[in-house]
Design a protein around this ligand. Structure first.
Ligand code: GUN
Ligand code: ZN
Length: 641
């Protein structure tokens, strides 16, 4: 059972329950070679805090002593490891060294007999240089074997490995087929050669194409990925589990892992690491050590690098800043930067999962930041949902003061008096003054010295926007002085944000009749929208978006047909939800396919009567497939401010 606790990008903090044990994801499983045990499993658990590891059932089965012990006392006792144990099937060994002396049925049965928690099918490893035909053909074998393994698995969980070489359509096909089978974890396999050859752009294609077809209610394992440099990007793409054999393999030939790559001890100029393994040692010490001692020390160093980076990835994920960390990490190697740049091609898929807003500031780290799906969404909604008040625009340059209506208060008022709508050229795109408090516009920090790529991109975007929405546009310093009453900018803002957030039809229903705005005495910002005496909306100070009130929900349900903005729950759940309890995914009957995480939604009963409002925690696809966890964070019907 897998439950999503927090999210950012496609990434998730998950609770993965395996029997009576729980693994928090993202998690890395160190690979233990049962013949070598460079770092003993007990130490991996007690000292390094690993709750799960992976070992190879094929190696155990081929060694008489190990096989007998494993079958007699079980894998957990043999390895002295109290956490979750995953076993691989020998696919990789047979592929690399050509030894195939076990059938799928035999290895699945063997994994069960030694008490593995999560076993693996004998999948067929698909190399990046394989032809399309050969890849397609081998996929069928993997799928047949997976089906067989599902029938045999009993109490053991099973890994159904997505293969498909570098062909995105085959990856998606393979993933969809796996999603329809009774597997428990979705590893993405066949990627080790891509990572070894630093082919990160293709790795991004492979992972994203696989994610497209997979079942979101199961954890995704990136098979063979355990280098610290890839963790932020891979987690951002929605990989939940990783494994590393390299920490020990590299250590055996004196290679140390760092965030910017792997370096040979003999080539290193300094040892600039403060991890518990390296502390107190110099490069000379290390070089003089006995090989066995040195291997252990380097393996420990490598593990510390991985655990530290994974902890940082989790922190950024929880802070809603994983995009920033991934962008920063991807600048540590040109090949990784290719991966980040390729991710832009997957912006549409990323956009479905990317939360509508987050807490805290948004940092621009360079032109690649513009590829974050939030900006695609912003430009789309701006084009589709924004209706200017006037047909003339006054164009203002970006300002570091935000929201823009603060530094430009007088200039905006002057432009409005003259019949011009102020539009600021933000690095995210053109921003009409009335939208300047919304996430991510007001929350963003940009360098004062702009880069040419972004400047040019904005010019084009702004030209298109001005041409499509206005009859005329001038520079801000050309605005004529006009005497007279100030325009009510609050009302323009109130409506524009509602259109942007809920769509034009829903916003028109919310703004029907006589409108009163309640503003904060302290900040002057809009707090409540009262329409014909009904309190329909409240504005959040943090992200500048609205909270939908029950009166508002009723208006939308009356004006826009289902399933728009709705999450329909089973009759059994209605009494709980209407009391203000959260709506859980297992009770969702239907929902709007366009729901985005953190978006305001209306929970309805089976007859489309609104019972609560709240914020979606899951996408529509996830609501339909998650077996556990919150789908909508419901706000109580009473006053929520
Ligand atoms: N280890 C690394 N890559 C793979 C893979 O594609 N399949 C299996 N079973 N194990 C792996
Ligand atoms: Zn170290």
């Amino acid at each position: 059972m897998f439950e999503i606790i927090r999210r950012d990008g496609l990434a998730r903090i998950g609770k993965f329950t395996v029997g009576d044990k729980v693994v928090e994801t993202p998690a890395l499983l160190p690979v233990v070679n049962p013949k070598i045990c460079t770092v003993p499993p007990r130490e991996l658990h007690d000292t390094f805090g690993f709750n799960a590891l992976i070992t190879n059932s094929y190696i155990i089965r081929n060694n008489k002593d190990l096989k007998e012990t494993a079958q007699a006392v079980g894998l957990h006792e043999m390895l002295d490891f109290p956490g979750v144990i995953m076993t691989d099937s020998g696919t990789f060994q047979s592929h690399m060294y050509g030894e195939v002396e076990v059938t799928n049925e035999e290895i699945v049965e063997f994994q069960k007999s030694i008490g593995t928690d999560i076993g693996t099918v004998l999948d067929v490893f698909t190399e990046p240089d394989w032809s399309y035909e050969k890849t397609k053909h081998s996929l069928e074998t993997t799928l047949e074997r997976t089906q067989k393994a599902c029938e045999m698995k009993g109490d053991m969980m099973i890994n159904g490995v997505v293969q498909g070489s570098v062909y995105t359509d085959l990856r998606e096909y393979s993933a969809s087929a796996m999603a329809s089978m009774d597997v428990d974890v979705h590893p993405v396999g066949g990627v080790v050669p891509l990572m070894e050859q630093y082919r990160y752009a293709e790795l991004v294609d492979v992972v994203m194409a696989s994610k497209k077809g997979l079942n979101p209610s199961r954890p995704v394992h990136l098979f063979g990925a355990g280098h610290p440099m890839i963790l932020a990007l891979a987690t951002l793409m929605g990989c939940d589990l990783f494994d590393s054999a390299s920490y020990a393999k590299f250590a055996r030939d004196d290679r140390m892992m760092f965030l910017d790559g792997t370096f040979r001890l003999q080539d290193m100029q300094t040892l600039d690491c403060g991890c518990p393994a390296c502390r107190g040692h110099t490069l000379q010490d290390l070089r003089k050590m006995k090989p066995k001692e040195r291997t252990k020390l380097i393996a420990e160093h490598n593990l510390y690098q991985i655990t530290q980076e994974l902890a940082l990835v989790k922190r950024y994920l929880k802070e809603g800043r994983l995009w920033e960390l991934a962008e920063i990490r991807c600048r540590s190697h040109p090949a990784l930067l290719d991966g980040l740049r390729r991710l832009r091609e997957w912006q549409d898929l990323m956009e479905i999962y990317d939360p509508i807003s987050r807490e805290g500031a948004v940092f621009y780290t360079g032109p690649e930041s513009r590829s974050r799906p939030g900006y695609l969404r912003y430009m789309r909604r701006l084009n589709e949902r924004y209706i200017p008040e006037t047909d003339k625009a006054a164009v203002f340059p970006e300002s570091s003061g935000k929201p823009y209506s603060r530094p430009y208060a007088e200039e905006f008022a002057k432009a409005r008096r003259a019949g011009y709508t102020p539009v600021v050229m933000s690095p995210w795109g053109p921003v009409p003054a009335e939208l300047d408090e919304m996430y991510p516009l007001a929350q963003s920090l940009f360098p004062e010295i702009a880069d040419r790529e972004t400047t040019e991109a904005i010019e084009t975007l702004a030209q298109d926007f001005l041409m499509s929405k206005f009859k005329e546009s001038i520079e801000y310093d050309q605005v004529p002085d006009v005497d007279g009453e100030d325009v009510n900018a609050d009302l323009i803002r109130a409506k524009a944000v509602a259109r942007y957030q809920f769509g034009i039809e829903a916003a028109d229903a919310l703004f029907r009749g006589r409108i009163e705005l309640v503003t904060s005495k302290k900040t002057g910002k809009i707090r409540n929208v009262i329409s014909d005496g009904e309190h329909v909306l409240s504005m959040r100070a943090g992200d500048g978006f609205y909270t939908l009130r029950m009166e508002g929900a009723k208006r939308i349900v009356g004006a826009v047909p289902a399933p728009y903005m709705r999450v329909k729950v089973m009759a059994d759940a209605v009494p709980f939800v209407s009391e203000g309890r959260n709506a859980f995914s297992q009770f969702v009957l239907e929902c709007d396919p366009d729901i985005r995480p953190m978006e305001e939604v209306i929970v309805t009963d089976p007859d489309d009567r609104p019972v609560a409002t709240g914020r979606a925690f899951l996408t529509a696809f996830e609501m339909g497939s998650m077996k556990k966890g919150m789908a909508v964070k419901v706000r109580s019907g009473s006053d929520d401010e």
